[in-house]
Ligand binder design. Sequence first.
Ligand code: GTP
Ligand code: MG
Length: 334
Amino acid sequence: MKGKSPRLTLDAYERGVRGRDRAVLARAITLIESRHESDAGLAQELLGRLLPATGHAHRVGITGVPGVGKSTFVDAMGMFLVGRGHRVAVLAIDPSSTLSGGSILGDKTRMARLSLEPRAFIRPSPSGATPGGIARRTRETMLLCEAAGFDVVFVETVGVGQGETAVADMVDFFLVLALPGSGDELQGIKKGVLELADAIAVNKSDGEGANRARMALGDLKAALRYLPRKRASWLPRALAISGLTGAGLQELWAVVEEHRATLTTTGELAALRSEQQRAWMWSLIVERLERNFRTNPRVAARLPAVEADVVGGRTTPTAAAETLLAEMGFGHGE
Ligand SMILES: Nc1nc2c(ncn2[C@@H]2O[C@H](COP(=O)(O)OP(=O)(O)OP(=O)(O)O)[C@@H](O)[C@H]2O)c(=O)[nH]1
Ligand SMILES: [Mg+2]
């Protein structure tokens, strides 16, 4: 990867993104991801200008354990949608990757067709230092993609860690990919993740897996009836798919469209968008507070020792938090 490319002007970013110039879009995302204080103002100004051009896309979150077939699925689904006239953006959050991390390459080879497709755009979302940071950058990247004319945005996250809730908070439709297997294996999907799902797709439903997928589907449908409903108007669906053969993809997209139509009719989509705006505001606040906290010189001076004391069991987390917050003037009981 080359060194820092020079920044464009605000007008050039805006014109390029609106003009669907993918190279400018990529540079605008880099600007959004920048941790330099000097870029933050420009980034927020650009977002402000582009905001009216956002909000029209299908925002679809996808999660599943490593190896479940997310990349293969997104490649196949993306190509299917491009074939139907959509423009597809894929944001992949990889907790193990950094900006120049190696897994990016791996994903591009798994999305061999989509990565060559001019009407698609694939961008890995590097994990930041904080969950709030991931959420902010991914959300803002999604908005840039929408302003650049992408009408389907997939946000992919590996089904480990806390990423799922952050992603579920910023999308309209949350898809959980599962593996065909016994009931035991299905229980391997974290319950908390199941509760976020608008649909569960049992992937690899092909060849020898087809029968097992059908059995898994029965278990899932039963399980879904007992889970608390995310929303009254929508019972989460379970279906069998194969990213490899493309089986079930058309049906799955029909479910996404039905979900959209339902939520539009009930007014829930509008409410969801308002909620997403609120979550965005909070991720900005929390991220800024955390950054100010960590970069506060008094806190920074004491943080390593205090943290070591907590790890070493010499002080309690509560006492340590109080000590550090007091350095910022956040006393107790105000
Ligand atoms: N039989 C079958 N194999 C599949 C299918 N989808 C993916 N695979 C295989 O499963 C393996 C993992 O697929 P990936 O698409 O890389 O899975 P992933 O979920 O993106 O994995 P991570 O990026 O590591 O989290 C690969 O060997 C794929 O060829 C499918 O629908 N059917
Ligand atoms: Mg993958």
